[in-house]
Each structure stands twice: as structure tokens, then as C-alpha cells.
Design a protein around this ligand. Structure first.
Ligand code: GRG
Length: 363
């Protein structure tokens, strides 16, 4: 049976706006490399422009070293842009009672962003990636060894900030780095595995992506001095938001065009990473599922890649994965049930649905 046609309006990556007046360490302004649209409700809060400027300044401060060479490598991807959604989530989580986010909240969010950045440095080495955020990767520009060490340096700076916020935050950040590694290992051990289970997929994306969103929201709540039930609810929210984020990202890798993605569509199947829409399509008792299974399981040439994408785009796996993403949206929204009414709470309630709206599925 043919599934509904799937159209894409925008990917999570389009939740981007250039931080106003953000300093450039390499002569490339943020405005030149970032798309101008702002669509996440988290980014449209009244004070968010000012908060994002504070995040930006703290990010730059965090990686400064007396060594100009290391300074350049460590700040390479910061200068290149990025949405900064993890520190934004820490800030908004801190604001649910209506108070502004303190400097410690911003620094806690920045610690999470530095872990994210460090993981991207390492991920780009593993993928032999050549571009990220519209610029050359660190590994492409300086080499793998430099990329690994600079990634480690970013983790060390993240750890220093976390330690300055107390042992609970330090322990949580350390544990989260472990979760990222576990998630990535789980993905690696199932590359080109057409029998990969959904449990493996969900565990992997929880570790590699959702856990850092959960930690960012939790650190925002801890640094703001919220009570435990609120801190726990923010953690639950961040984890669910992160699951939506990654499932949507995985769907868009299949449904979006090369232009919308800024990279070739179908990258995951080429790399042997079989995500939820792929697993759902493979699980169908259809000829198409059989054909997809015959194509996957090994590296694909361009013709096979197009054929596999055609099957994935015209069957029910994508719509089924969207339904699962919607379940995590519902979980995230439910986590906000006991939050007091505030602009921050309203933005948190709306944000996961905005992610899922980036994939439009029409009958
Ligand atoms: C060294 C901490 C550490 C981990 C090693 C390599 C690895 C294990 C983990 C990588 C996990 C990974 C790449 C997860 C995907 C994360 C993700 C959703 C990236 C895209 O995030 P966006 O869209 O990117 O927020 P920007 O560029 O906007 O920051």
C-alpha cells in the first residue's frame, strides 16, 4: 500500500538566527553563514536576543587560550554558527518562574554546548566529514589528530565550567558525556544491520542526542535554584524534546531535498545508519519492504541510493515515524503540566510541536 506523500517545509537546522553583533574570530561573520529565519518558539521570547548575545559571549570566553593555534581550532565551529539550542533550553528552563536567567545559568548552558561541539569534532573525524555548518570541518582543515585533541579541549573547558557550578552539575555533565559515547557506540555496532531493532535505535538517539537536551534543561533548573520536582520535570521535558529533535532530523534526511538539507539527502542510509523510518519501512510486509531490504545491508552506489530513497519516500515508514515523534511531543508537553504560567512555559509547550511541524505529512 502506498503511503501519504510527504513534503518538507524546513528542517530543525532552519531554527537559526544570527546572534546580533556576535564577534567573529576568523573574519567570517555569523550573518554570512547562517540562515535568517527564526521559527522555534524558544527563540522568539522577548529577551531571547539579549540572552543569545550573552550565550555567544560566554561561548567565546570559554574557549580562549593563550595559544593562538589552539584558539583558532577550538573556536572554528563556534564562529561558523549553530543554533545554540542547548544553552537556549537551559536559559528558558531557568525562566519558567518568570525570572531572568542568571550568569550561572548561561554558563551551565554553555558547558552543554561545548560538549555538543566536542562531540561534533569527534563525529566529523569518524564520518570523515568535509563540511559542517557551511564551512570546512576541523578534520578537513587541520587533520584528524588536531580535531580529536581540540574536541577533547572543548570537553575539558565544559568540565571546568560544570565544576564551578558544583559537584551535582559536574557529575551530571560527566555522566552525560558517557551517555553520548554509549549512544554513538550503539549506533556504530548496528551499521549496515537491517535487523537493527527499534529498541537499539531509541536507546542510541536517547544517548547521543536526547540526553544532552535533558541535561541542558536540568542544569538550567539547577543553576536557577528551582525546586526538585520542577528540575525533574525540566529534565523529562528536555529528554522528550531531544527525542523529537533526532527523530525529525532522521526523517528529514530521507524526505528533504539536497538543497533543503545543505547536504545530500539519504546520508544515513549511505553510511549504514538505519533510522526509525527505515526500520518501520523494512518491517512492512510488502514488496517494497523486500526491495528495500535487498538494497540495504551494504554501502550503496548513487543509483541504489536513489532507489532506496524512492521506496522510503513512497511508503508508510515516514508517516509512522512521525507518529512516534508526536508521542514524544506529547510527553514533552505533559512534562510542563505543573509549570507556572509564564512566557517561558508557553514557549516550552510550543517548541516540540514546532519541530515536528517541519515535516508536513498530508493525506
Ligand atoms: C566526545 C562527547 C563526545 C562524544 C563522542 C561522536 C560522539 C561520541 C557522539 C556524537 C553524537 C552526535 C553527532 C549526535 C548528533 C547530535 C546532533 C543532533 C547534531 C545536530 O545538532 P544541531 O542541529 O546542530 O543542534 P547545530 O549545528 O545547530 O549545533
Amino acid at each position: 500500500m502506498r503511503g501519504p506523500p510527504v513534503g518538507v517545509e524546513r528542517r530543525p537546522g532552519s531554527f537559526v538566527c544570527p546572534p546580533s553583533g556576535a564577534p567573529s574570530l576568523s573574519g567570517v561573520s555569523q550573518e554570512e553563514v547562517l540562515a535568517p529565519s527564526i521559527t522555534s518558539p524558544l527563540l522568539t521570547l522577548a529577551d531571547m536576543d539579549a540572552d543569545r548575545d550573552r550565550i555567544e559571549a560566554a561561548m567565546h570566553d570559554a574557549v580562549v587560550t593563550p595559544d593562538a593555534y589552539l584558539n583558532q581550532i577550538a573556536s572554528h565551529l563556534i564562529v561558523a554558527g549553530g543554533k545554540r539550542l542547548r544553552p537556549v533550553l537551559a536559559v528558558v528552563g531557568a525562566q519558567v518562574l518568570g525570572d531572568p536567567a542568571s550568569h550561572d545559568v548561561v554558563r551551565g548552558g554553555v558547558a552543554c554546548e561545548l560538549v555538543h561541539l566536542g562531540s561534533l569534532y569527534h563525529d566529523d573525524v569518524m564520518d570523515e566529514a568535509e563540511t559542517r555548518r557551511g564551512v570546512e570541518t576541523v578534520n578537513a582543515k587541520w587533520g584528524n589528530l588536531q580535531a580529536i585533541l581540540a574536541g577533547d579541549f572543548l570537553l575539558s573547558r565544559a568540565s571546568e565550567i560544570a565544576a564551578s557550578l558544583g559537584t551535582e552539575v559536574a557529575g551530571l555533565l560527566a555522566r552525560t558525556i558517557g551517555w553520548l559515547c554509549e549512544g554513538q557506540i550503539e549506533e556504530l555496532r548496528h551499521t549496515y544491520d537491517t535487523s537493527r531493532t527499534e529498541a537499539s535505535y531509541l536507546a542510541s538517539i536517547h544517548g547521543k542526542t536526547a540526553s544532552l537536551y535533558g541535561t541542558a534543561a536540568r542544569i538550567g533548573g539547577l543553576a536557577a535554584g528551582h525546586d526538585r520536582p520542577l528540575v525533574d520535570a525540566l529534565t523529562e521535558y528536555g529528554n522528550a524534546y531531544g527525542m523529537v529533535f533526532q527523530i525529525v532530523d532522521d526523517i528529514l534526511d530521507i524526505t528533504a531535498t539536497d538543497e533543503q538539507l545543505g547536504k545530500p539527502a539519504g546520508h544515513d542510509i549511505v553510511e549504514g545508519v538505519y533510522t526509525l523510518p527505515v526500520l518501520r519501512t523494512l518491517a512492512e510486509s510488502t514488496t517494497a519492504a523486500q526491495e528495500l531490504g535487498d538494497l540495504l545491508g551494504a554501502p550503496l552506489d548513487a543509483v541504489a541510493q536513489d532507489e532506496a530513497l524512492g521506496i522510503l519516500r513512497s511508503n508508510d515508514g515516514v508517516a509512522s515515524a512521525v507518529e512516534t515523534a508526536q508521542e514524544y511531543v506529547d510527553r514533552a508537553v505533559a512534562a510542563c503540566d505543573d509549570f507556572p504560567d509564564s512566557a517561558a512555559t508557553a514557549a516550552l509547550r510550543a517548541a516540540p510541536g514546532a519541530l515536528i511541524a517541519s515535516v508536513s505529512v498530508t493525506a
